[in-house]
Design a protein around this ligand. Structure first.
Ligand code: GLU
Length: 468
């Protein structure tokens, strides 16, 4: 069997949108599943709207998601000579023609057609021309068949048919010699040997035009899979009104790429009731036929749920590396304090995003924090002084200094003092962390280490003294 070749062909006019990322992901998954190739092509023929910044943003987004490509990135802007060559070939073969109608003439005809209630189609004035009119500007039009039907078996939507009479004699080359969109896509997919095109269903209407071009070129027509749009909760097309739509904005909000990948793939594809898929499982289980026909609705809560899952089960060392920039952004020097991976271990159970984790990690590295005023008023009172003294004394001689060791010591203190853990834990927590929420206090103490924990207790004792 010949190799499957898939591609992602973004137009670099903005960031990598979640919809685009999902399209890229579907293509990538199929390429990996079939041991084929995944090609990246930048469709930058619209020079006015394409920017290098956007190309960089798209590449960054793909790298972040782990969607590596085997060929490219190819830039359409570097392939203009090729498109010209193919336009010339179609002209020479009589499959395209020069159209000399001026923009004004075309506009007048368009208005006339609209007035008569018809479809504003090119009327074919130049379709029969063969020779050239020297010095007169022209566009090159594709001589499309006007009879018959063009249909294709869409892998997602089933059979789709268009009457050729509905299709226009498409301009393939503008009067300035530049190629048009539908033409470049076909030349590229044909010359790059693309076997399956997975793209957004906003391109369904382009497909019959493109198929006719493949046929004219004598190139095999690829398979097509048009995936439905992503919608917001109100069932309108997902846009900024619904929240962030840029993939990288999700990274900045503390989402993990595996959560994003898992979320995006499920937005349109399913495999029984399963929700959680590793990349390996996705490669094994993904099929384009299992992509649904109806549009997926973007659900931020579900993304958050998946993210929490991947944080909870993630490798602490890796999470530490991902957490670092968030802490640096907050001015934290992680060199001054506990090992970041140890900190992560205490936080990954509860943090839903890396942002939440960063906020939760701050107290470990900020010794001169302010106590939460309400917590301080409630818990840092003279009656806890003997408890703190006991904790100080125990921690001072605890060996080994571990979470279990701390827990056992705290139990002993409670027994000695005739109190419950609920009376000891909260004040110690305020002393160590500044507030009433934190991971297990035993773990926190173990991670802080003896010296740091004792200093924090001493600081709280000084605070109590100063305020009583
Ligand atoms: N450049 C097109 C877009 O960003 C994609 C074209 C295609 O996939 O055929 O919508």
């Amino acid at each position: 069997m010949s190799e499957v070749r898939l591609r992602f062909a973004p137009s670099p006019t903005g960031y990598l949108h979640v919809g685009g990322a999902r399209t890229a992901l579907f293509n990538w998954l199929l390429a990996r599943k079939e041991n084929g190739k995944f090609i990246l092509r930048i469709e930058d023929t619209d020079v006015a709207r394409s920017t290098q910044e956007s190309v960089d943003a798209i590449l960054e987004g793909m790298r972040w998601l782990g969607l590596d490509w085997d060929e490219g990135p190819f830039y359409q802007s570097e392939r203009f000579p090729l498109y010209k060559e193919f336009a010339a070939r179609l002209l020479a073969e009589g499959k395209a023609y020069r159209c000399y109608c001026s923009a004004e003439e075309l506009e007048a005809k368009r208005e006339q057609a609209l007035k008569e209630g018809g479809k504003p189609k090119y009327d074919g004035t130049c379709r029969g021309l063969t020779g050239e009119i020297p010095g007169k500007p022209y566009v090159v039009r594709f001589k499309a068949p006007h009879e018959g039907v063009t249909s294709f078996d869409d892998l997602v939507k089933g059979t789709i048919s268009f009457a050729n009479s509905e299709l226009d004699d498409l301009i393939i080359q503008r009067s300035d010699g530049t190629p048009t969109y539908n033409f470049t896509v076909v030349i590229d997919d044909a010359t790059m040997g693309v076997t399956t095109v997975i793209r957004g269903d906003d391109h369904v209407n382009n497909t019959p035009r493109q198929i006719l071009l493949y046929q004219a070129l004598g190139s095999p027509v690829p398979k097509f899979a048009h995936v439905p749009m992503i919608l917001g909760a109100d069932k309108t097309r997902l846009s900024k009104r619904h929240g962030a739509t840029s993939v990288m904005a999700y990274r900045d909000m503390g989402f993990l790429p595996e959560a994003m990948v898992n979320y995006l793939v499920r937005l349109g594809w399913s495999h029984g009731d399963e929700e959680i898929f590793s990349l390996r499982e996705l490669i094994d289980k993904f099929t384009i036929e299992a992509v649904g026909r109806s549009a997926g609705v973007f659900n931020p809560d579900k993304l958050l749920w998946l993210n929490a899952h991947y944080i909870k089960t993630g490798d602490p060392q890796r999470l530490a590396a991902l957490l670092l920039p968030f802490l640096q952004e907050r001015g934290v020097d992680v060199g001054q304090g506990p090992e970041l991976a140890d900190v992560v271990r205490t936080l990954q159970e509860r943090a839903r995003t890396m942002l939440e984790m960063a906020d939760g990690a701050l107290f470990y590295y900020r010794r001169a924090f302010d106590y939460d005023p309400q917590a301080a008023e409630k818990f840092l009172k003279p009656e806890v002084v003997p408890l703190f003294e006991a904790v100080r004394e125990r921690l001072g001689r605890l060996d080994p200094f571990s979470g279990e060791g701390v827990e056992a010591a705290f139990k002993e203190i409670c027994a000695e003092q005739g109190i419950k853990m609920g009376q000891l834990g909260p004040p110690v927590r305020v002393a160590l962390c500044g507030g009433t929420t934190s991971p297990s206090i035993f773990e926190v103490i173990a991670v802080l280490g003896r010296e740091d924990a004792l200093q924090r207790i001493a600081r709280a004792l000084a605070f109590i003294k100063a305020h009583s």
